[in-house]
Design a protein around this ligand. Structure first.
Ligand SMILES: Nc1ncnc2c1ncn2[C@@H]1O[C@H](COP(=O)(O)OP(=O)(O)OP(=O)(O)O)[C@@H](O)[C@H]1O
Ligand SMILES: [Zn+2]
Length: 697
């Protein structure tokens, strides 16, 4: 932007000095907004400005020589927020990259990435502001973190030591894929790598999929760091924190006080002045993908940020995403392998029980029941894994065939058991709830029965078969209250339960000391899902849950019940053959041109009528075709289709998939396209989301 020669130069005209500011605001409009100030304001500073009829907090992104609109229409900012130094340049670069890559206005990336207090006008103005949120936090004493005694620290084995050595040798940027089988001691590798970085006075960002599921990690990290660098060395960030706690943690990292930041995906947006290493644990986990607003992948941003800051990043997993494996095969990432368990135990024996010709008892094969009984007799724990919460997935009338359906969604309502004989029907899509009827609403017959089974019903049967066993059910329902998941897991680790029934919540990261057997029910449900990533997800999930068996004691066993034992997913599981499965799956993806051999974007539309949504997508498709012109050959545009669950809360949904073999091609077209979509959507009266690198299709 150059100064227009014909305009009076405000700096020399002797009028008041005016500084022009280009500000990012959290509003669903593309572009930045011009304001003025009577003194210089640095890029990265937060300011309060009036926008429309209200005041908002924005971030100064540029200080141009002249505004883009008529200078007389530019409003002055209301207040400069100088309780913090400006957001650092690398943070601004990260936000800009995310904004461009994920096709979202910069303000809608930057502001939501900050702790709430820093982006709310009310936190600074008004009676209770008391000098602003930073001032208030600084005045309040931090709650005392008790130093906990460090657990016994095992000496590294040879494979771990090799991995740590290679990580420590890195200078500048490198992405390292730590592929370690379940129980191989990846955590110890992270700890040692982190220690070396801390010793240089640098900071470490350690990301985990869900913190409340891994209290063990936080506990041992805190203990280790306390011994090393004092009790304040660890900051923890996740969405479950109260606003003040979150701001305090953010500040201590941003000021360089906390040396290690342990956090979920949102932690990727924390300013870290002395960043020296990023670690992404369970890098394959879908929780790294934000599912609303800015639909970013924290794993992918971690790689970008590490590159931008020229520091190493470790992606760790027993079942890496096929994307990461592909990069490793291509030599883009450096692979570190931990092929054996850290303790002197073997990986569990995985057995497939062919259920095609078996008489099952409430979904259980005789083999599985017998195996559970044996483990309990030996005083070991057993786990039954079933990825379906509630009592039964649907209620059915034996007389007329009526099934329980959500009035607002194209989905069944799930039967849940409350206290005693109180049954309710619940929609897992919109939250709709009703009392379960005693008689069929269609024919009045009382022959209503639950079809299939969820964790509640399995728990009930297990209690009948194993009356002496102490049973814990671990799913989203049994851990709804804040802190209850951590409390429940603590009791499991303390040996207060013999038998566990759980959903994918129990599969992740737990180091159960006394768990001998894992039984898997209903795995086939995921086998034939439409999504091309379903087998990858199933494999990872089963490998993870299988990996909970026999971690401390020899003789772990896994029983998977299936109607399709010959499927490659199951065969690879029996062999613990991640590499074989990955090779097979990548070859398949390559032959049909799917990610990671292609890049995708998904446009989803929501409207009152399905036709509205489909028509909008068809228009959007035509528009993209026109924009791309002759270059459209580089793009594959699929037909708009209804979603599998087409109606949720009375809104119909459809989607359009766009694909290209080359990422830059896709990026160029998405930029033009997304700029034109708001107008198109307003006209068609639909809501839409554009998602880059969608995980679920
Ligand atoms: N060098 C070692 N010697 C003995 N035990 C070890 C060693 N390193 C780690 N362990 C122990 O091995 C167990 C498994 O380690 P950890 O939980 O880190 O595995 P992991 O690789 O993260 O597995 P998963 O992917 O299944 O979560 C833990 O009980 C840990 O204390
Ligand atoms: Zn519903």
């Amino acid at each position: 932007m150059t100064i227009n020669e014909h305009e009076p130069d405000v700096f020399e005209a002797g009028v008041a000095t005016v500084c022009w500011l280009r500000v990012a605001l959290d509003v669903p409009l593309p572009g930045l907004f011009d304001y003025s100030s009577d003194h210089a304001v640095a890029v990265g500073t937060r300011v309060i400005v009036s926008f429309g009829r209200r005041n908002m907090v924005g971030i100064v992104v540029e200080t141009p020589h002249a505004p883009t609109i008529d200078a007389s229409r530019v409003k002055a900012i209301a207040q400069v927020l100088d309780d913090l130094p400006p957001l650092p340049a690398d943070w601004m670069r990260l936000a800009k990259f995310a904004s461009q890559y994920y096709q979202r206005p910069l303000g809608e990336v930057m502001l939501p990435a900050l702790p709430a207090g820093l982006r709310k006008v009310a936190a600074y103005q008004g009676k209770r502001a008391a000098g602003g949120p930073v001032h208030r936090i600084d005045k309040r004493a931090a709650s005392v973190v008790e130093a906990i005694a460090a657990d016994h620290i095992p000496p590294l084995n040879a494979q771990q030591a090799d991995a740590v050595r290679i990580i420590n040798e890195q200078r500048g940027h490198q992405t390292l894929l730590l592929h370690g089988v379940t129980g191989s001691g990846k955590t110890e590798v992270y700890m040692h790598a982190a220690q070396a970085v801390l010793a240089q006075g640098l900071q470490v960002l350690l990301m985990v999929p869900e913190i409340n599921l891994t209290p063990q990690l936080e506990h041992s990290l805190r203990a280790r760091l306390a011994a090393l660098a004092g009790v304040d060395a660890l900051a923890v960030l996740h969405s479950g924190l109260a606003e003040g706690e979150r701001l305090r943690a953010w500040l201590s990292v941003q000021r360089g006080h906390a040396q290690v930041l342990l956090g979920t995906r949102l932690a990727i947006f924390t300013p870290m002045p002395k960043l020296g290493l990023i670690i992404v644990d369970e890098e394959h986990d879908a929780s790294y993908k934000q599912q609303d607003g800015l639909r970013y992948s924290a794993r992918d941003l971690a790689v970008w940020r590490a590159h931008d800051r020229q520091v190493p990043v470790i992606l760790g997993s027993a079942t890496p995403s096929l994307e990461s494996w592909y990069h490793t095969e291509r030599g883009h990432y450096l692979k570190l392998s931990l092929p054996h368990r850290a303790r002197p135990v073997d990986l569990p024996v995985v057995k497939l029980v062919d259920t095609r010709r078996l008489a099952l008892q409430q979904g259980f094969s005789p083999q599985l029941l017998e195996a559970i009984g044996e483990r309990l007799d030996r005083g070991e724990q057993a786990l039954v894994f079933l990825n379906r919460r509630g009592y039964a997935p649907v209620l059915n009338c034996g007389s007329c065939g009526w099934v329980s359906q959500c009035p607002r969604c194209s989905a069944y309502t799930v039967l849940h058991r409350g206290g005693g004989r109180n049954y309710r029907l619940q929609c897992h899509h919109c939250g709709h709830q009703e009392q379960a009827p005693r008689a069929c609403p269609e024919c009045g017959d009382q022959d209503l029965h639950p079809m299939g089974r969820g964790t509640q019903r399995v728990e009930e049967h297990l209690a009948q078969w194993f009356p002496k066993a102490r049973i814990a059910r671990i799913d989203a329902d049994s851990t709804r209250l804040k802190g209850s998941a951590a409390a429940l897991f603590a009791r499991v680790h303390a040996g207060e339960f013999d038998l566990l029934v759980g959903t994918q919540m129990v599969a992740k990261g737990h180091d159960f000391a006394n768990l001998g057997l894992v039984g898997v029910l209903n795995a086939d449900a995921m086998l034939f899902a439409q999504d091309f990533r379903a087998p990858e997800r199933l494999f990872a999930q089963l490998m993870q849950v299988a990996g909970r068996a026999g971690r401390h004691v020899q003789g772990g066993q896994v029983i998977i019940q299936t109607d399709y034992p010959e499927q490659p997913v199951y065969q690879a599981l029996v062999r613990h053959d991640y590499a074989g499965f990955a090779q097979y799956s990548l070859a398949e993806r390559e032959s049909i041109g799917l990610p990671p051999y292609a890049f995708q974007a998904l446009l989803t539309a929501e409207a009152r009528e399905l036709n509205q949504a489909l028509a909008f997508l068809a228009q959007a498709r035509t528009l993209l075709q026109e924009q791309a012109g002759a270059d459209a050959s580089g793009l594959t545009l699929y037909d708009p289709v209804p979603l599998r669950v087409v109606r949720v809360a009375d809104i119909e949904r459809a989607q359009l998939l766009v694909e290209s073999r080359r990422r830059p091609v896709l990026q160029v077209f998405l930029a033009q396209w997304s700029a034109a979509l708001p107008a198109l959507a307003a006209q068609a009266r639909v809501r839409y989301q554009l998602e880059v690198d969608p995980l679920e299709i």
